[in-house]
Design a protein around this ligand. Structure first.
Ligand code: SAM
Length: 258
C-alpha cells in the first residue's frame, strides 16, 4: 500500500471512532428512523425501491443504510477497516440489509461488474483520490446501461478560499488534520489530499463514456463545516461574506443504453 493510502486509512480509522459519538452524524437519530440523506441527493437519486446502488467511500455507512431504508440493494465501499466494521454493526442494529466492502475505491472499481442502477458519491469523497480517470472509468464499468451516477460534492471554491490550489497536481497536499465534527479531540494525523475542479470531474466522466445530464452549483450546504456560516431555511447553512458563496455542486451522469 502506498504512503498516501496507509496514512489516509489510519486517519479515517481514528475519525470513525470520533464520528460515531458526534452530534454531527447523530447515530441515535438514525437508529430512531431519521435519514442522513439530504434533499439534494434524494431528488437526484430518484425512487430507490429495488435499485442496486453502489455507494463509494461510504464511511461508516449512514448514507448507505439510509438508501437501504428506502428500498435500495446497497453495496458500500470504503478504505477504512474501522468504517466498514462499524457500518456492518450499524446495519445489524438498524435491522437493515447491505453489503460493505473494505477496499481502495480504485481496486474495487477495477474489477466491478456492470450491475448497478445507481452510483452515489458525496460530501468530501473526491479530495482523497489522486486521479479521476480510473475513478470515472470504474464508475462507467459499474453502471448498467441507463444507470446513473449522482455526485454531490463540496465546491472547489471553498478549497481555494482555504488556501489550496484550483488546478489538479499529481503531488498531494499533506495536512496534519484533526476532524470536522464538534467532538474533535484535538489529536491530528497526516492526510494526503488532492483538489479536483468541476471541469476536471466533468471531463473525466465524459472521457469514460458517460453522458452529463445535470450540473449545478449551490449556495447552501447541509454541513456547517466552515467558520462564519449562518442557518437558512430547510436545515441548510450559507456562507455570507458579501454575496453568498458557492458551497456545493452536483453532477448527474448516465451510462448510455448502447
Ligand atoms: C468524508 S467521508 C465521505 C462521507 C460520505 N459521504 C458519507 O456517507 O458519510 C470520506 C471517506 O472516503 C474514504 N476513503 C478515502 N480514500 C479512499 C480510497 N482510496 N478508497 C476508498 N475509500 C476511501 C474514507 O475512509 C472516508 O470514509
Amino acid at each position: 500500500m502506498t504512503d498516501h493510502l496507509e496514512s489516509n486509512r489510519t486517519a479515517w480509522d481514528h475519525r470513525v471512532k470520533v464520528h460515531l459519538d458526534s452530534q454531527f452524524y447523530d447515530v441515535p437519530g438514525f437508529l430512531a428512523g431519521a435519514s442522513s440523506l439530504n434533499p439534494i441527493e434524494l431528488e437526484l437519486l430518484g425512487p430507490l425501491q429495488g435499485q442496486r446502488l453502489l455507494h463509494l467511500q461510504c464511511h461508516f455507512g449512514l448514507d448507505s443504510l439510509s438508501c437501504a431504508r428506502l428500498g435500495a440493494e446497497v453495496t458500500g465501499v470504503d478504505l477504512s477497516p474501522e468504517g466498514v466494521h462499524q457500518a456492518r454493526q450499524l446495519a445489524q442494529q438498524a435491522k437493515l440489509e447491505a453489503e460493505f466492502v473494505c477496499a481502495d475505491v480504485f481496486d474495487y472499481l477495477a474489477q466491478v461488474e456492470p450491475t448497478f442502477d445507481r452510483v452515489l458519491v458525496s460530501y468530501g469523497a473526491l479530495c482523497w483520490l489522486p486521479s479521476l480517470a480510473p475513478w470515472a472509468e470504474g464508475i462507467a464499468r459499474a453502471l448498467k446501461p441507463g444507470g446513473r451516477l449522482v455526485l454531490v460534492e463540496f465546491h472547489p471554491l471553498i478549497d481555494l478560499m482555504a488556501g489550496y490550489g484550483y488546478f489538479h497536481r499529481p503531488e498531494p497536499d499533506w495536512e496534519e488534520e484533526g476532524t470536522y465534527t464538534e467532538n474533535c479531540p484535538g489529536e491530528t494525523h497526516p492526510m494526503a489530499c488532492w483538489v479536483h475542479n468541476i471541469g476536471e470531474v466533468a471531463q473525466a466522466l465524459r472521457s469514460a463514456g458517460l453522458t452529463l445530464e445535470s450540473l449545478g452549483e449551490h449556495a447552501v450546504s447541509p454541513y456547517p463545516c466552515f467558520d462564519g456560516m449562518t442557518a437558512v431555511e430547510g436545515g441548510y447553512v450559507q456562507l455570507h461574506q458579501g454575496h453568498p458563496k458557492p458551497l456545493l455542486y452536483h453532477l448527474v451522469a448516465t451510462k448510455p443504453e448502447s
